[in-house]
Design a binder for this molecule. Structure first.
Ligand code: CO
Length: 422
């Protein structure tokens, strides 16, 4: 077994170290006071001696001031500008399977447009009997569906393809989020327009300054594609496509076109920029895979992780997230010895189609070095590959769709480090 060392580029290392120390200090403090409280009579804390703040203190409520560290983060050196960039969601601080709207990861190609919903329109045209135009209010008059689905950027884990690079879970896996979406099945809208015989592909175009557009097959549109206007009970956030976006459940983030303004029906793909120059997968043969839409099954341990080390030896609950763009998660196994032995984890909470799924497993840590991994199997029988297996398949130049097994090296100190084995 050989371990590939991370490149310790100074700017990255400094950033990561600061985050780690902050998180660790906060945790140790909480743990110590919890123990004291358990054995001493309850004192009366200051907040029990005075009136609290009144209702509508915050007209739009915010998390507790003690949760200020739970924020999206950005890697300044990774993108030339904030308008063509990504922000990463704090997976290490989440519970359950829903991402709060203010923490949903972002990816923009020309910034976030400020769209007046009264002015915005969606057009369906091309190979249809009757071209149609919809306002947001028009969409709301159609029967709607509510579904929980994840959206994952095809580039989630992009920097980890060749070697372990980033020593924080937020940056290794934080380009995935999940929400309850409300919208209209695209099939209903296409039926209104009447798709002509011979049509096989659609083009979805956004109203941002990039005019970001992607082709996708008609089969997906007729299967489970949605035009959504709401996210976790409120209208979409501006950065998630307000006032309407395309949702292609389980498919790479970029195909879920935001600020949706046009759907064209045609016979073949349009070969747009973001499906030719980028978002293709270069193979060792020199050929590139194109239109690789599906985010295949993937999982990661979120407790512990580099942000939240193990504080004490002894009994632990190891927790994580699993998902599959092909359907439901069937089982998750966890290894504590770098993949030699596996134990089945418990799935906690709902196992929904193309949705984040929680797992956990009990473990007694004797304080020795351990290599923690999780491996998901989805309902199609697909097994999450090791890094070695993925590289054998696609080489090291394929940037997107890295769904390989993550390894966390647990040091005797309790610190957790992103490593690669194989
Ligand atoms: Co792809």
């Amino acid at each position: 077994m050989s371990r590939h060392n991370k490149k310790n580029e100074p700017s990255r290392r400094g950033f990561i170290r600061n985050s780690l120390i902050g998180g660790f200090a906060a945790l140790v403090g909480r743990s110590a006071s919890a123990k004291t409280d358990a054995i001493a009579p309850l004192s009366v804390p200051s907040w029990s001696k005075e009136l609290g703040s009144g209702t509508v203190n915050e007209p739009y409520g915010k998390p507790s001031v003690f949760e200020k560290h739970v924020v999206r983060r950005f890697l300044p050196w990774m993108f030339p500008t904030r308008q063509a960039a990504a922000s990463f969601t704090p997976l290490q601080d989440f519970h359950g399977i829903i991402t709060p709207n203010g923490l949903f990861f972002e990816r923009h190609h020309a910034g976030v447009p400020k769209i007046d919903p009264a002015e915005h329109k969606l057009v369906i045209h091309g190979m249809v009997d009757k071209p149609l135009m919809f306002t947001v209010d028009d969409l709301k008059r159609f029967p709607c569906v509510n579904r929980v689905h994840f959206i994952e950027c095809a580039g989630n884990g992009v920097l980890e393809q060749r070697s372990a690079q980033l020593n924080l879970l937020q940056f290794t896996h934080g380009l995935i989020s999940s929400a309850e979406w409300t919208g209209v099945p695209l099939k209903l809208l296409l039926n209104e327009a009447g798709v002509r015989k011979g049509a096989k592909w659609l083009l979805a175009e956004g109203a941002d300054a990039a005019g970001l557009a992607r082709s996708f097959p008609l089969d997906k549109a007729l299967d489970d594609a949605l035009v959504v206007y709401a996210q976790n009970g409120e209208m979409l956030r501006a950065e998630q496509g307000y006032p309407m976006r395309l949702l292609l459940p389980g498919w790479e983030g970029i195909a879920n076109v935001k600020w949706l303004r046009r759907i064209e029906v045609g016979e073949r793909p349009w070969e747009m920029r973001e499906e030719t120059a980028t978002y293709t997968d270069l193979l060792p043969s020199g050929k590139a895979r194109q239109y690789t839409f599906i985010q295949e099954a993937k999982s990661v341990i979120t407790t512990p992780c580099p942000e939240y080390p193990v504080l004490n030896k002894g009994q632990q609950v190891i927790r994580g997230l699993a998902w599959s763009g092909e359907g439901k998660v069937k089982r998750v196994d966890v290894s504590f010895d770098g993949g030699r032995n596996w134990q089945q984890a418990r799935l906690t909470g709902p196992q929904l189609d193309k949705s984040l799924t929680r797992f956990e497993i009990d473990w007694f840590w004797n304080g020795q070095e351990a290599l923690l991994q999780s491996r998901v199997v989805d309902e199609t029988g697909y097994v999450q590959p090791s890094l070695k297996e993925l590289r054998a398949l696609r080489g090291v130049n394929s940037m997107y769709h890295n769904n390989s097994i993550q390894t966390w090296l647990l040091h005797p100190s309790g610190e957790v480090e992103n490593v690669q084995i194989g």
